[in-house]
Design a protein around this ligand. Structure first.
Ligand code: ADP
Length: 579
């Protein structure tokens, strides 16, 4: 019952499964002891009626007293154990699970973080684990314990009188069948609520990230309207979900309680036909009242279990994503990057198909192609942010999928559009390129990247804090910091995402100068969006729908009638970088 499948389903650790097993055991014991209490009550009533009717029964007051004391003691002990096994141990489980998730995230390929954003992952580590905590502590042990103890009690009741047993318990399977039958609906509405909640938190995060642009462009109303809509949607989804669950749970509970009526009918019939005495009915009613109590709660718990499945699945999705690991030794022969029949899919659709090309050391290789053709994907794969699905990528003859990503990345500099900056000084942000670099080295890299010009305008120069994610800097300034970082790192491979859209002409020239310093002698792979950028490069790889459509020196490609010459013609008018 508590095998691997169970463990995966409820996202439990090994210790968590042991806790649930213990919780179940103690719940069974508690429920049986409570039934023992009911039996004592029955015996007391029986002797009491005996005294009233003048029939003495052979049960002494003393033995009833002993039974009562024993009951109180056992009941206390079993409840304590049950508490310990369920509520008591769950905090360790929560801590262990959060740590395991965080550790797992650390080892996942970096590309994974593009697929599930930070708000989403935080929600899993905090919110989903919280929801599961409730399931681990309040639901699983209690539910499974109730199943087992009810089965035992049902068997005992059958021994007393099978007809009454059926009359009183038929509602239980019917109620459960109703809940399981509507499970898909409950799960679907839970998923909808979850998605709506994520949309709200994404919306808020987006607003915080873009607050300056929203204010500047006078988009506050439009933006707030969008957010209100998301909040309304979430509210609607929540109400609908809770209403649905509530209706099913209450219907199931009513069906189960119909058992009391059928028991009384059947009993009346049996008593009238002289097959049963009144006291047995009394016992049945006592037992049924007790049996329904845990089940009533179970019905709500089962609904919670269905809803929690979404959380458990989201946690398991992190656990199921393959981690990127590999050797900590990386000794390439030179730094040519070779794509050898590479294919790749983020999900099921293939994004790259049989892509082969070489980016030579000391040369600039440009990836061009229409939007969505796979340029960024190639760059991400070259740095092992994702692992290829077919074929291989070699750097200096070494298959990069065999190298620990952290070790591999020490040979790469990435100058991407979305530079990550920390709320620290300019100096420390640049120093991130190479930890341990001296102040003089940092300043020299900064000068080469043309940072001096804008830093001199900051209040404290290089010691100015730049705000969260560089909020106080312009696009071009951020990019120059990122180039300074790359210069400081001086890695043999440079991946570059041409992104000049937000820069003005003056900035562009400065960035360009900085870049030419950075790129000298390196293996450079550049994602080019503008055709003029690639006029001076050594080699162009033209991608179309994830395949290499053309490849060669730009002047060669220009002479052919093909995608490249077509794209160049289209963009002839616009300005761009030259490398
Ligand atoms: P380009 O850089 O040429 O615009 P991309 O490499 O970004 O193209 O995208 C290639 C294809 O892969 C597109 O169809 C895009 O929708 C898809 N894609 C890109 N990133 C992801 C991702 N993180 N998850 C799923 N699909 C993605």
């Amino acid at each position: 019952m508590f095998g691997r499948e169970f463990q995966r389903k409820y996202a439990l650790t090994d210790q968590g499964v042991r806790n649930v097993r213990q919780g179940t055991l103690w719940t069974v014991v508690v429920n049986l002891i409570v039934m023992g209490g009911v039996s004592i009550l029955y015996v007391i009533m029986y002797s009491f009626i005996g005294i009233l009717t003048g029939n003495e029964y052979a049960i002494s007051t003393f033995s009833i007293l002993i039974a009562l004391v024993l009951f109180v003691f056992l009941s206390f002990f079993a409840h304590m154990q049950q508490y310990k096994a369920t509520y008591g141990l769950v905090y360790d489980e929560v801590r262990a699970t959060r740590l395991a998730l965080a550790e797992r995230l650390r080892k996942l390929p970096l590309g994974y973080f593009g697929k599930r954003d930070i708000a989403d992952l935080t929600e899993t580590i905090m919110g989903d684990v919280n929801r599961m905590e409730h399931v681990w502590s309040h639901v699983l042990g209690y539910l499974y314990g109730s199943y087992v103890s009810t089965a035992i009690i049902a068997i005992c009741l059958c021994f007393y009188d099978w007809r009454l047993a059926i009359a009183s318990l038929w509602g239980v399977p019917v109620a459960f069948a109703l809940l399981f039958g509507t499970r898909k609906l409950t799960e679907a509405s839970s998923e909808r609520t979850k998605m709506a909640a994520l949309a709200v938190s994404d919306g808020i995060q987006e607003a915080l990230d873009n607050i300056r642009e929203i204010k500047a462009a006078n988009q506050k109303e439009r933006y707030l309207d969008g957010l209100y809509m998301k909040i309304d949607e979430h509210e609607r989804a929540t109400i609908k979900g809770e209403l649905g669950t509530g209706v099913f749970v209450n219907a199931a509970s009513v069906i189960m309680r119909l058992g009391i009526a059928t028991t009384i009918f059947t009993a009346a019939f049996l008593i009238l036909s002289g097959e049963m005495d009144f006291m047995l009915l009394f016992l049945f009613l006592l037992v049924i009242a007790r049996i329904y109590a845990p089940f009533d709660q179970s019905l709500t718990l089962i609904a919670e279990l269905f809803i929690s499945q979404v959380s458990a699945d989201r946690m398991m999705e992190i656990n199921d994503t393959p981690t990127a690991s590999g050797s900590s030794v990386f000794n390439p022969q030179g730094h040519d990057i070779v794509f050898d029949h590479v294919s790749f899919a983020y999900d099921s659709a293939e994004v790259l198909k049989d892509v082969s090309f070489t980016a030579k050391e000391g040369e600039v290789t440009a990836l061009v192609g229409p939007s969505g053709s796979g340029k960024s994907t190639c760059a991400r794969l070259a740095a092992r942010l994702w692992d290829v699905t077919g074929g291989s990528i070699k750097v200096g003859g070494v298959d990069i999928s065999t190298v620990d990503p952290e070790v591999l990345l020490s040979d790469y500099s990435m100058v991407f559009q979305d530079v990550v900056l920390f709320d620290d000084t300019v100096m420390e942000n640049i120093r991130l390129g190479r930890r341990g670099a001296s102040d003089a080295e940092v300043l020299s890299a900064a000068r080469d990247a043309n940072c001096d010009e804008f830093v001199s305008r900051l209040a404290d120069g290089y010691n100015t804090a730049i705000g969260e994610n560089g909020a106080k800097l312009s696009g071009g300034e951020r990019q120059r910091i990122s180039i300074a970082r790359a210069l400081l790192k001086d890695a043999p491979i440079v991946l570059l995402d041409e992104a000049t859209a937000s820069l003005d002409v003056e900035n562009e020239t400065k960035v360009q100068e900085a870049l030419s310093r950075l790129l000298k002698g390196k293996t450079v792979l550049v994602i080019a969006h503008r055709m003029r950028t690639v006029e001076g490069v050594d080699k162009v790889i033209v991608l179309k729908d994830g395949e290499v459509a053309e490849e060669g020196r730009p002047e060669e490609l220009m002479k052919r009638v093909g995608l490249f010459s077509h794209m160049v013609q289209l963009q002839r008018e616009s300005a761009g970088w030259r490398l």
